[in-house]
Design a protein around this ligand. Structure first.
Ligand SMILES: Nc1ncnc2c1ncn2[C@@H]1O[C@H](COP(=O)(O)OP(=O)(O)OP(=O)(O)O)[C@@H](O)[C@H]1O
Ligand code: SF4
Ligand SMILES: [Mg+2]
Length: 323
């Protein structure tokens, strides 16, 4: 059963220089207990997509189309009060660079307690017990609850952010680059922690990461984003072993740990498209080695081929199977 269905979502940033469409007719769904990985180069719209799900797109950004169906209801129709109740309790987020988001003048335990109170817990004894439990859950000794964030390492602060996001056992957790900026050993510890939570809580998640090996390890399905579009979406094994969209293939070929250390890495020539002046056709056309005439003139429609949903003229008129 789909917990989340995103249909034709569009988000525009209105700037002095014009309109940048950061999220362009995006479609995906996440089933209960499933993790959808979201990958793509910097600036392709991953964070904007994630923030849209919580109504957190702020000016100059604006959701300009589509729907976000959460447990059967379009939350784009929710008022502020309904959205406030939804956030944290039903959908929570660990934001990009979240480890710097803790209040520097409040002890870590008090910050957890504050969130518990926001979720309606009033009993101080129970709150203290839950603070200990939440810290233990993310591998931090409850004895450290009286520490301030500056007394914690970056990895420990990120653990606290994960504890806060998990506090109400939300139906969906959004993890936006949860390990970026941390050293590799801490990254590994956090991946193990997320894997544990996934097993323990039956976590349903949207996981955004630049690290394709993390996505491979943690996700059931993967969506590849480029220039605001979902270029390809498929089962994780099928996508990594048999990507169909030239951008997905280029991204995977450019990553060292997916297809073997010995293979020569291929960088993707050129740069992502300027969203203020998008091309007429496929967003990837000027970097694509397989581009043909139509690619520069017409935006490819979404098709489904062998369980891969993708936008590419190489497969137009070839739609079969389903994701
Ligand atoms: N406040 C803003 N004002 C104008 N444009 C913005 C703003 N925030 C984002 N954008 C545009 O939206 C695009 C998508 O940004 P977003 O942060 O969603 O990308 P991302 O995929 O999360 O990148 P990264 O991997 O670097 O985190 C950017 O390329 C940028 O052009
Ligand atoms: S539509 Fe054309 S340019 Fe775009 S990825 Fe496919 S082949 Fe390449
Ligand atoms: Mg981002």
């Amino acid at each position: 059963m789909a917990i989340l269905e995103v249909k034709d979502l569009c988000v525009d940033y209105e700037t002095k220089k014009g309109t940048a469409r950061a999220v362009n007719h995006v479609n995906f769904s996440i089933n209960k207990g499933e993790t959808l990985g979201l990958i793509g180069e910097s600036g392709c719209g991953k964070t904007t997509t994630a923030m849209s799900l919580l109504g957190f797109v702020s000016p100059p950004g604006r959701i300009t189309g589509g729907s976000v169906i959460f447990k059967g209801e379009d939350i784009r129709n929710y008022n502020d009060e309904q959205m406030r109740k939804l956030r944290g309790a039903s959908i929570s987020i660990v934001r990009q660079e979240a480890q710097n988001a803790l209040n520097p003048v409040l002890r870590v335990g008090d910050q957890i307690g504050e969130v518990l109170r926001e979720h309606g817990e009033k009993n101080n004894k129970l709150i203290e017990e839950r603070i200990d439990y939440q810290l233990e859950m993310v591998g931090i000794s409850p004895k450290r609850k009286k520490s301030y964030p500056f007394e914690f390492s970056g990895g420990m602060r990120q653990r606290v952010m994960i504890a806060l996001a998990a506090i109400a056992e939300p139906d969906l957790m959004i993890l936006d680059e949860p390990i970026t900026g941390l050293d590799v050993i801490v990254q590994r510890q956090l991946i193990n922690l997320l894997a544990e939570l996934r097993a323990k809580m039956g976590l349903t998640a949207l996981l955004i990461s630049h690290d394709l090996s993390v996505i491979a390890e943690m996700s059931d399905r993967v969506a590849v984003m480029y220039g605001g579009y979902i270029a390809e979406e498929a089962d994780v094994v099928s996508l990594y072993k048999n990507s169909k969209h030239p951008y997905s293939s280029a991204l995977i070929e450019s990553y060292p740990r997916i297809r073997g250390e010995k293979k020569t890495l291929k960088s993707i020539p050129g740069a992502p498209p300027k969203l203020l002046t998008p091309p007429d056709g496929c967003m990837f056309a000027d970097r694509c080695q397989k581009a043909k005439d139509i690619c520069f003139k017409q935006v490819p429609e979404s098709v489904v081929v062998d369980g891969h949903r993708l936008r590419c003229h190489l497969y137009s008129g070839n739609s079969k199977g389903g994701v």
